[in-house]
Ligand binder design. Sequence first.
Ligand code: 5AD
Ligand code: SF4
Length: 457
Amino acid sequence: MKYYIKTYGCQFNYSDSERVSAVLESAGLKRAKNHLCADLILFNTCSIRQTAEDRVYGTMVNMAKLKKIRPHLRIGITGCMVKRSSTKKSLKPDPLVKNMDDVDFVFRIEDSARLPQLLKETGLEVPHETPDEFDNGTLKNYFKINPKYSSQFQAFVPIATGCDKFCAYCIVPFTRGREKSRPMEEIWEECEKLVKNGCKEITLLGQNVDSYGLSFLDRNEKRFASLNVGEKIYFTRLLEELDKLKTKGLRRVRWTSPHPKDMTDDVIEAVATLETQMPYIHLPVQAGSNVMLRKMNRPYTREHYIKLIEKIRHRIPDCAISTDIVIGFCGETEKMFEETCELFEQARWDMAYISQYSMRRFTAAYKTMKDDVPRKEKERRWHRLNKILTRISHEKHKEFIGKTVEVLVEKCVKGICEGRSEHFKRTQFKGGKNLIGQIVPVKITDALAWNLIGELI
Ligand code: 5AD
Ligand code: SF4
């Protein structure tokens, strides 16, 4: 019996799929090479933008056609398109997917441990019995599931899930729920085990990694902690703890994403001083206009953001910084958009992930604002920003020519190795498959807009 998981969206979903794989394999299912030979197809979905949902529907309709020739095929849906309340008791699909007759079951990602049970309820006999905690669904904390990692030398480790920030455009607080941090010991155990098995790079995941630990505190303490008076914040303490794994072979600890509001000095200090920290920070700004930031419920100004990246670059002079931008949000005028363009020139991000605003159900913007920037105008603004980004990214890459970077080799196709440098720059060079999983020095000889080219030293 074989399964196939189609994952959409962010690294969090990919990490969740590794846990789902582990549950299925503990029930005796094997991973299928592709969907054509699978007995079970699961969709781990994303709903951050309408285009993400449309992509899921498109593939789902196509794959469901397979049922005509393989009637025993079972199809399940999980992830962000599954409403939080939809599967508590029943197997009834979410209203979103109720017109999809070919969908057999829907489950919340937090209920992954119940998967073998759900499969039995849909008439699929799983090959062997699973441990009790899987069968009766008592494994409430799905983070305790030991994932089936897709790489031996790189891993994603969730440190918190959910979000309490409620940005006006964002559906995440409604799909992933309130922010909840994993206990530090649990994260440590997972990372230690990974490193013992040869993992060299760990990426910590959370919607707001720098507010890690706040969910442990009561309301009063939270106010105190977010002011960061005196003591180091929990996130920094976690980075310091994990840095100790360098003696066991851990080389890199990355994390994504922080919120500018919670980016305290001690986080910057940790990046500057800890050996496993890399000189790269992804710091979403979302907009360059203060009016937009306020409407988006982002509690900082462009001036605060600029000061923050100046501080980072002062303490870590070569630090690469990237960002997320939403353009065409409700009421964004040409002038406000120009402010975002100006911020690009000022911030000179190494990379920016630019999205066109897409209205999402449940959000404050959906309830109280008007999606009034026309689609064509959003596209025009997107292209304009992308042009600025391409130019700056190319200029930044050229600064690496002649320098030597360390690359963690992820793949090698037809004699060309590829991996990320310390600064998260995609780097290519001639080499063999034997280098996969190693960190090697590469001298940069050429720079393209989106990657570096070099020679193995
Ligand atoms: N429309 C467009 N982009 C969005 N993002 C989040 N919600 C929306 C939306 N409704 C973007 C933000 C966030 C990233 C993960 O996705 O930039 O940082
Ligand atoms: Fe969404 Fe804002 Fe939370 Fe990020 S911080 S997940 S953009 S609500």
